[in-house]
Design a protein around this ligand. Structure first.
Ligand code: GLU
Length: 579
């Protein structure tokens, strides 16, 4: 995971420049941060654990600098393990995104005499670059040779304080080059360049970017040949702000009303996906985390709309053993970032099987968008909170529209859904109940059919946002084991998104309540069924998404009640680009 950033250009106050970019990319990892800049023939470093401070000394002027926000994979969360890492005499500095699988072996083979300052896999990179320079290679050549020795996935930015050059390269980690009026910048996320660069280019895998103050070159790592850079204007919608909301999480929950309204007009986008589904006997929906649960919800609509056999498989479980029919299988990847390593791997398995591929995706200029034959954008706009909310809503709606297309419909009215969402997000009962739940260390969430996917997503949101152990179970499974967890006061959310689900949900609610549980019914429950009711109408086929929004709002308020910043939950990052 992590965010890398680099600047090469006119001398400027580099610390605030890099720090601003790091703050934008903090969602990618916030274990530690670090900035390195040239002070002559060596690098000066500022790095420490935690979030990038709001105030930093700003007067350091340099023409070349790098920065990093870390999501630790190798080595604890310490100042020493924070990037940048440097070679022995501080001439070369490196920031790294990814995992170097053969780091220990490379240490033994090449760097046995080096005393390492950190426990990271990344620190071998500056030492290896220096090793190759000492064996006669140029800085650029040394970065190339080092990169070719690494196993795993890596985006690397290396700066040399003597030649004043920066060289970057990537394998399966996102990297963008931005053209500024005063130089160049490199970043894991185009958002970090959105305000400062007027043009942006995607750096393809296995290509070196060689930057000096006056030039930017793209070079094929294997052929050594220069490739022209495909510049594109910086997309306008890249900017995002919290507005008057205290957190991105709650802002993005409220954004959903607009997302739903916008998607209604984009119905025709799903045509190619629906046609593709119509030509296959077997559909695999795949994704990770919330995207996986959105796939579970979407499958409940799709299975009624087509004859294909539908499997929903978490991306990390897609392997050579996964059931597939080769060319008769269509793999549809659901992803917000388009860079999730497990989803990239799943797509690669699909391609190896000879299956066809599609994606329902937010970032339409991304690795997975490039891999898929059919691409449906979810048009949710930038999602900044680590807790996925509007991307879930938009993914589910894209599947709903696809199911409608397969039934022969050519439009779907979302106005009722938008109004219902607006109404449920005003509910004051939800925040009051959240404060009650927040006092407990654990809870259970029950759901059936569509309500099961909502229950799974609700439990995930509560775990991520507030560290409260929330476990989702299928309503009918309660009495086959989970009921043993129920004791006096245990919070239990019972979700019923339709009248069919309500019947089973009321029985489960009664079973939990009679054992002293604190039962919160979500749906059209009678007050006497439960200890509390979050009233949500269950009369439309999209009612499950209104229940979902109620659960997102509940999870947000549980997080606030427990003093957690839901935009940056511990140990997590938004875009999981490592395995
Ligand atoms: N593997 C490196 C580390 O643990 C980089 C992790 C990242 O991508 O943030 O420092």
């Amino acid at each position: 995971m992590c965010g890398v950033f680099g600047y090469v250009g006119q001398p400027t106050q580099v610390v605030p420049l890099v720090a601003n970019a790091l703050r934008i990319m903090e969602y990618r990892g916030y274990d530690s941060w670090g900035i390195g800049w040239d002070i002559g023939s060596e690098v000066s470093l500022l790095k420490q654990t935690g979030r990038v401070p709001a105030e930093l000394q700003a007067d350091q002027v340099a023409s070349i600098a790098i920065g990093h926000t870390r999501w630790a994979t190798h080595g604890g969360v310490t100042d020493a393990n924070a990037h940048p890492h440097i070679d022995t005499d501080g001439r070369i500095a490196v920031v790294h995104n990814g995992v170097i699988e053969n780091a220990e072996q490379l240490k033994i083979d090449y760097l046995i005499h080096v005393s390492f300052r950190s426990e990271t896999d990344s620190e071998i990179v500056p030492h290896l670059i220096r090793y190759h320079m000492e064996h006669g290679q140029s800085f650029t050549e040394s970065v190339r040779t080092t990169f070719l020795m690494l196993e795993g996935s890596s985006a690397i930015l290396a700066m040399d304080c003597v030649s004043n050059m920066m060289v970057a390269v990537t394998a399966r980690s996102p990297l963008r080059l931005g053209r500024r009026t005063d130089g160049w910048e490199l970043a894991s996320d185009p958002l970090a360049c959105a305000r400062s660069s007027h043009e942006i280019a995607v750096i393809p895998d296995h290509h070196l970017v060689v930057l000096t103050q006056s030039s930017a070159q793209l070079v094929d790592v294997y052929a050594g040949s220069e490739i022209s850079i495909s510049w594109e204007p910086t997309p306008e919608e890249l900017s995002s702000s919290r507005g008057d909301f205290p957190h991105f999480t709650i802002k993005e929950i409220h954004d959903q009303v607009e997302v739903v309204r916008d998607l209604e007009d984009k119905f025709n986008d799903v045509g190619p996906l629906a046609e593709a589904i119509g030509h296959h006997k077997h559909i695999i929906l795949t994704g990770c985390g919330s995207a996986y649960y959105a796939a579970n919800l979407g499958a409940t609509w799709l299975q009624d709309a087509c004859d294909a056999w539908i499997d929903v498989v978490p991306a990390s479980e897609v392997s050579e053993h996964t059931r597939n029919l080769g060319t008769d299988t269509l793999v549809i990847a659901l992803t917000q970032s388009g860079e999730t390593a497990d989803v990239v791997d799943a797509m690669q398995h699909a391609i190896r099987w000879g299956a066809n591929t599609a994606t329902i995706i937010n970032t339409e200029t991304s690795t997975i968008a490039n891999m898929a034959e059919t691409v449906v954008g979810i048009k949710a706009g930038v999602e900044r909170s680590v807790l996925a909310t509007k991307s879930f809503m938009a993914m589910a709606l894209r599947i709903y529209q696809t199911a409608a297309w397969l039934r022969g419909e050519r439009s779907v009215d979302f106005s009722r859904l938008a109004n219902d969402l607006d109404a449920v997000l005003r509910s004051e009962a939800i925040s009051r109940i959240a404060y009650e739940i927040a006092r407990h260390p654990s809870m259970i969430v029950l759901g059936k059919d569509a309500g099961r996917a909502v229950a799974q997503e609700a439990a995930l949101k509560i775990k991520e946002g507030s560290y409260l152990h929330a476990e989702a179970f299928i309503t009918g499974e309660l009495k086959h084991g989970p009921l043993a967890l129920v004791q006096s006061g245990l919070p239990c959310l019972v979700i019923a998104t339709s009248s069919e689900e309500l019947r089973a949900a009321r029985i489960a609610a009664a079973e939990v309540k009679s054992r002293g549980g604190y039962v919160i019914g979500v749906g059209e429950f009678e007050q006497r069924d439960c200890s509390e009711v979050i009233a949500v109408e269950s009369t439309t086929s999209l009612a499950s998404l209104v229940h979902l929004a109620a659960m997102q709002k509940l999870a947000y308020h549980v997080a606030i009640a427990r003093g957690v910043d839901p935009d940056f939950p511990r140990n997590l990052a938004k875009s999981v680009t490592v395995r």
